[in-house]
Each structure stands twice: as structure tokens, then as C-alpha cells.
Design a binder for this molecule. Structure first.
Ligand code: LLP
Length: 421
């Protein structure tokens, strides 16, 4: 469910015509709907309202500080994976007491920043990280609230590049070895063990892997408690998938039912880290048609957005719906086209064999479900400036990230002296 709908034949974000935004900002641009973000957050949070839980939005999905700010006002916490994301979350108004720090390669500086900010929890993913954190915390004379992330050895049945819970994945500590690591952590002065963390992958649309991972987590919690280790918090990660096309995806309510039945009556505080399910369908990438080109065997629609702006199709062969901003009249004959960007790689393709109505230069297209892992993963490949982001609320819209200019990019580069003569 989102708030991108046709009104008077034009695609709008809430009450604002995308044509109007395009006239002001130029294309390409990302457009987010605040009402959609709010709705997704509320549906997710409501599904856990009857248990002791904190919803920590996974900032990596869309880290624009305006987007985080929308969620902060609703009482969300944040899951961050870098010192930069920590700063974003704090800047956007998420209280430190609701921030969790995940990730397998935190630096000493990042750990120190997290301790200085006084965040809720640091999820430790390896023994060397535990040792470093213990040292950094002891040097500061504080105790770090720690959950150990376990690798439950479970296939999330998602794209290989975003599965994180299999034994061969780099994440977490193999669950059968976790007991030993907890015992070591209990002896460390700078470490305060508070719980267990698990995250099996992203865009997970089958609830069974979640159930298995959570049952395994519950069993480990019971084992650790039996040894006197006070497990009081379970961080169950994110990963709930969304529909990108017509395929079904479980609702937050169905996911919550699995969590509650798997975790049962452990009497733990739960942390959930949803990212995509909050931001994914709340954003689109609007792009203009540059050319329609007849190839030897295919028809290409060349648009002004490219794989550097939205990497998901190139990186994961991901499907994204593509809609014309002008509503297509009924009975218009659609033809299959490849929608491609200007970058000099064949992989710079948003869609292959996609039925679309006749298009011409200047027509606007909306690439759907681009609110999560869209702008955040963009790059400046081919010296293409990062595109603007716009947030809509009702009939208002605001530019929440300006378009980078080529001069901005060049101003950070330096010609060394030996090339100046
Ligand atoms: N928690 C942890 C520890 C994570 O690693 C992630 C995502 C999340 C929560 C949020 O997962 P979500 O609810 O958004 O599925 N770039 C990829 C997705 C990478 C996900 C990385 N970790 C994509 O475009 O599909």
C-alpha cells in the first residue's frame, strides 16, 4: 500500500503531481511519500504493540535525515552500521537510548563514538571485535551493553548476495560456538552482556526461515540462562520482504505472529530492525525518456537515470515496476521494451522486455519501490552527480537532498604538483 496514485491522469505523490516536482528539480529525482513511510511504520509497530518491543528502523535502507526524522517523530529507534549512520540517526532526533549498532567491521573509533553517545546496544559479530570493544570500554571506564550476533546456519531463501544467516556467510558467530563466546564475555570488565542478535537476510518472503532462526535463538537463550547468563533482550534483525511486482509478501502481522510463537514466553525485550518494509514502497525514482531507439532485435527506451542512481536491477537482477507518469489511456497497445540508462555497460538496464505504451523523448517514468536501497546505494560513476531527493507530505514537498553538482565533485579532487609543470 502506498500513496503514489493517478489523479486527473497524472501520477501524484500524495497530493503533489510528479510533473510539478520534475519541473522544479529536473530529473532524475527520488520522491518519498511521508504518509506511506508513516503508515508502514505504524503497521509494523502495531503488530508488536502487545509485546515489549522496540522497532529500530534499519537506517541503511534509506538514511536521508528527513526520512529518519519522520520515523523519529513516531517514536522509532534506529539500527545503524557505521559511525556515519550513528551521526545521521542522532541528528535526525532518534534518542541514543533507542539506537543499536550492527555490522561486522566496526572500527575502534566507531565503537568509541557509540559508547560516548550512550547507545542502547552494540551487536558484536566476532571474538576480536569483542576484545577490542572490551578494551575501548575499559579505557573509558564504562561498560558496553552487548548482544552477540549469532549465525544460525539458516538459508533465508532470498538472493544469495543478501542472505546472511548461512554458515558460509561472513556474519555473526556460529551458533554452536556462541556459548563459549558468551562465557568469555562474562569475564570481561568492559562488557555487559544483555542479549542475543540474529539477522538472516533481506527481502525474505518465506516466514519459515525466520521461524527456524528464532526457535534456534530461543533455545540458545534458554541454554545461556541456565548457565546464569542474564539474557534480557533478543534482537531479531530485519529482513521482511515486500512485493516488487504482483508476487505476495507476508504482512507485518503474519511476521509478528511467527516471532511471538517462536520466542514464546521468554520474557525478553525484543528489538526489530525493519528497513525495506518501512521505506521500500514509500519511494520512487522519477526519470525522463531521452531517446527511443530501435535495435536489431529489441526496442530500447533510454532514460536519464542509470545504474549509478538505482543499482538494484544491475546488482541483483531485481525487478522494479515502471509506470508512466501520464496515465496510459485504456486500450493503448503496449509493446515490450528494454528500459536502459546512459552508462556504458550492458548491465545498466532497469527492465527487459517490459510492456509499456508508446513513449517519446521527455516523457516521465516512475521506477517503483525504490525507497529502500535506492538513493543510499547510488554512486557517481561516469561522473553523474547524485540525484536530488524530495519528501512529499500531503500537498507540500521539500527538497531533502540537493542535486550534487559536477563542480562539487571536481572540487574534491587535487592535481598533484608534479603534474602542474
Ligand atoms: N539488520 C541488519 C543487521 C541488516 O544487515 C539489515 C540489512 C537490516 C537489519 C535491514 O534489512 P531489511 O529489513 O531492509 O531487509 N541492498 C540490498 C539489501 C541489503 C540488506 C542489508 N542488510 C537490496 O537492495 O536488496
Amino acid at each position: 500500500m502506498d500513496h503514489f496514485v493517478y489523479r486527473d491522469g497524472r501520477l501524484c505523490a500524495e497530493d503533489v503531481s510528479l510533473i510539478r516536482i520534475a519541473e522544479e528539480t529536473g530529473t532524475p529525482f527520488y520522491c518519498y511519500s511521508q504518509a506511506t513511510i508513516e503508515r508502514h511504520y505504524r503497521v509494523f509497530a502495531d503488530a508488536f504493540a502487545d509485546v515489549d518491543a522496540t522497532v529500530c528502523y534499519a537506517v541503511k535502507a534509506n538514511s536521508n535525515i528527513a526520512v529518519i526524522g519522520v520515523l523519529a517523530r513516531l517514536g522509532a529507534g534506529a539500527d545503524v552500521v557505521s559511525g556515519g549512520e550513528l551521526k545521521r540517526a542522532l541528528t535526525a532526533g532518534i534518542p541514543a537510548s533507542r539506537i543499536v549498532f550492527s555490522g561486522i567491521g566496526k572500527t575502534g573509533e566507531e565503537l568509541a563514538a557509540a559508547l560516548d553517545a550512550g547507545i542502547l546496544q552494540i551487536n558484536v559479530e566476532s571474538e576480536p571485535e569483542l576484545e577490542l570493544l572490551g578494551q575501548v570500554a575499559a579505557d573509558k571506564g564504562v561498560s558496553a551493553p552487548v548482544a552477540i550476533r549469532i549465525n544460525p546456519g539458516i538459508d533465508a531463501l532470498t538472493h544469495d548476495k543478501i542472505a546472511t544467516g548461512k554458515a558460509e556467510n561472513k556474519f555473526g558467530i556460529e551458533w554452536t560456538r556462541a556459548h563459549r563466546v558468551y562465557c568469555r564475555a562474562m569475564t570481561m570488565p568492559g562488557i555487559d552482556i544483555v542479549g542475543i542478535a540474529v539477522h538472516i537476510g533481506s527481502q525474505v518472503t518465506d516466514l519459515e526461515p525466520f521461524r527456524e532462526a528464532y526457535v534456534r535463538t530461543r533455545d540458545l537463550a534458554a541454554l545461556l540462562r541456565a548457565d546464569g547468563i542474564a539474557i534480557r533482550r533478543l534482537d531479531l534483525g530485519g529482513g521482511l520482504g515486500i512485493p516488487y511486482g504482483d508476487e505476495p509478501a507476508p504482512s507485518p502481522g503474519e511476521y509478528a505472529a511467527v516471532v511471538k510463537s517462536a520466542i514464546g514466553d521468554l520474557d525478553c525485550h525484543l528489538i526489530l530492525e525493519p528497513g525495506r518494509v518501512i521505506a521500500g514502497n514509500a519511494g520512487i525514482l522519477v526519470t525522463s525518456v531521452l531517446y527511443v531507439k530501435e535495435g536489431a532485435t529489441r526496442r530500447f527506451v533510454v532514460v536519464d537515470a542509470a545504474m549509478n542512481d538505482l543499482m538494484r536491477p544491475a546488482l541483483y537482477n531485481a525487478f522494479h515496476g515502471i509506470a508512466t507518469v501520464m496515465e496510459t489511456p485504456a486500450k493503448t497497445e503496449c509493446k515490450e521494451v528494454d528500459v536502459v540508462g546512459p552508462i556504458c555497460e550492458t548491465g545498466d538496464t532497469f527492465a527487459t522486455g517490459r510492456p509499456l505504451p508508446p513513449l517519446k523523448a521527455g516523457d516521465l517514468l516512475a521506477i517503483r519501490a525504490a525507497g529502500a536501497y535506492g538513493a543510499v546505494m547510488s554512486s557517481v560513476y561516469n561522473t553523474r552527480p547524485l540525484v536530488p531527493e524530495v519528501l512529499v507530505r500531503g500537498g507540500d514537498f521539500a527538497l531533502v537532498r540537493e542535486r550534487l553538482s559536477v563542480d562539487d565533485m571536481l572540487s574534491r579532487e587535487v592535481i598533484p604538483n608534479w603534474l602542474k609543470t
